[in-house]
Design a protein around this ligand. Structure first.
Ligand code: VGL
Ligand code: ZN
Length: 188
């Protein structure tokens, strides 16, 4: 039987209020994500948490000529999952952006996420987390390209919104490319 997995993208301290690359209301999504985690756990369905996991002097940092402030440095407090996020023992953690000269917004790029999903017969995924207009979007688009059925949980995502409207643009692009945009109520 084919399975559904939950992919929680980058719910890390640096992307939440108080962090170095804080997403507005980034922590507001934690309660609904926790409810989904509980539901997937009870149903014995797989949970994957991605995390941005950059070396010091990563290419994406402003001091290296990149677009972002220093964030999610490997083993630093900012790279930890938000303390409010439930972290069951059964979660599989996927590190990304861990090479100094390579950035990847997608949880599939430079990781074994697709192999792991295929090994356990996953054919559909729910995606939630941070940020709508970067890592959530790229993870969703890659999942679609790889043939998974994708549902994006709209109450459980938030955007960086470097430019006003980025969030809506990202949601439209995900929908246009085949993702279903659902609310939490449709999951649990
Ligand atoms: C992200 C900017 C830089 C994200 C990661 O998780 O959306 N955004 N690195
Ligand atoms: Zn990053």
């Amino acid at each position: 039987m084919k399975k559904t997995a939950l992919i929680v993208v980058d719910v890390q301290n640096d992307f939440c209020p108080g962090g170095s690359l804080a997403v507005q209301e980034g922590d507001k999504i934690i309660p609904p994500i926790n409810r989904m985690i509980e539901w997937f756990q009870k149903a014995n369905l797989p949970l994957f948490f991605t995390r941005d996991w950059h070396p010091e002097k990563h290419i994406s940092f402003v001091d290296q000529g990149g677009p972002w402030p220093i964030h999610c440095v490997q083993n630093s407090p900012g790279a930890e999952f938000h303390p409010g996020l439930q972290l069951p023992e059964t979660v599989t953690i996927i590190n990304k952006g861990y090479l100094i000269n390579d950035d990847s917004y997608s949880g599939f790029q430079g990781t074994d996420l697709a192999t792991q999903l295929n090994d356990i017969d996953v054919d559909s995924v729910y995606v939630c987390g941070l940020a709508t207009d970067y890592c959530v979007k790229e993870t969703v688009l890659d999942a679609l390209k790889k043939g998974y059925q994708v549902k994006v949980v709209k109450d459980a995502i938030r955007a960086v919104d470097v430019t006003v409207g980025d969030s809506e643009k990202a949601i439209k692009e995900m929908r246009d490319k085949g993702a279903q945009i659902v609310s939490k109520a449709a999951v649990i």
